[in-house]
Design a protein around this ligand. Structure first.
Ligand SMILES: [Ca+2]
Ligand SMILES: [Ca+2]
Length: 192
């Protein structure tokens, strides 16, 4: 098995993806063909990833957010996204169950990857989310959410922790599941 250069997704990866996502073999194979066409090297660099985000957010500054998302997808920390990381990411962020999505959201907020989220990490991600929001939408935000700092403060209250405490993955997922506002505040949904 291992690496074939023929453009056919390796059997190992295929089995793994079928097991870990709800995608079918046909879907995975089609995406692999697409991925290979767009990305002949078989890997997406951080710069390429940033450019993809810039296209999705032409009105705002998506670079910082893209860097955080890239970090959360690059599970083996080698500075590139391979096909498997790309598909798992797609699965978790788009069609996965809510808990899967929240596990991903946790890894997005856990900037230093130490298994806990601190308030300063929440602030850092909220600042990146804020850069995604176009100016005309910023002015429409409620007064307790209209700066990155306020958004972070509000989000933090849902975890019932002191400013110097830290939040474990289970606590994060529970806090977000229990509060619709928290679910809204951990992400930015364009065009609202
Ligand atoms: Ca990687
Ligand atoms: Ca952390």
């Amino acid at each position: 098995m291992g690496n074939t250069k023929s453009g056919i997704v390796s059997k190992e990866i295929l089995e793994d993806l079928k097991l870990n996502t709800k995608f079918t073999e046909t879907e995975i194979t089609q995406w692999y063909d697409n991925f290979k066409k767009q990305c002949p090297t078989g890997r997406i660099s951080k710069e390429e990833f940033e450019r993809i985000y810039e296209k999705f957010f032409p009105e705002s500054d998506a670079q910082t957010y893209a860097q955080h998302v890239f970090r959360s997808f690059d599970t083996n920390d080698d500075g590139t996204l391979d096909f498997k990381e790309y598909i798992i990411a797609l699965h978790m962020t788009s069609t996965g169950k809510t808990t899967r999505k929240l596990e991903w959201a946790f890894s997005l907020f856990d900037v230093d990857k130490n298994g806990y989220i601190t308030k300063s990490e929440v602030k850092e991600i909220c600042a990146a989310i804020f850069k995604l929001i176009p100016k005309d939408e910023l002015s429409a935000l409620p007064s307790d959410e209209n700066t990155a700092e306020k958004r972070a403060d509000k989000l933090w209250t849902f975890f019932d922790k002191g400013d110097n405490d830290r939040v474990a993955e289970g606590e994060f997922i529970q806090g977000v599941m229990d509060n619709e506002d928290a679910l809204r505040l951990i992400q930015y949904t364009p065009g609202k």
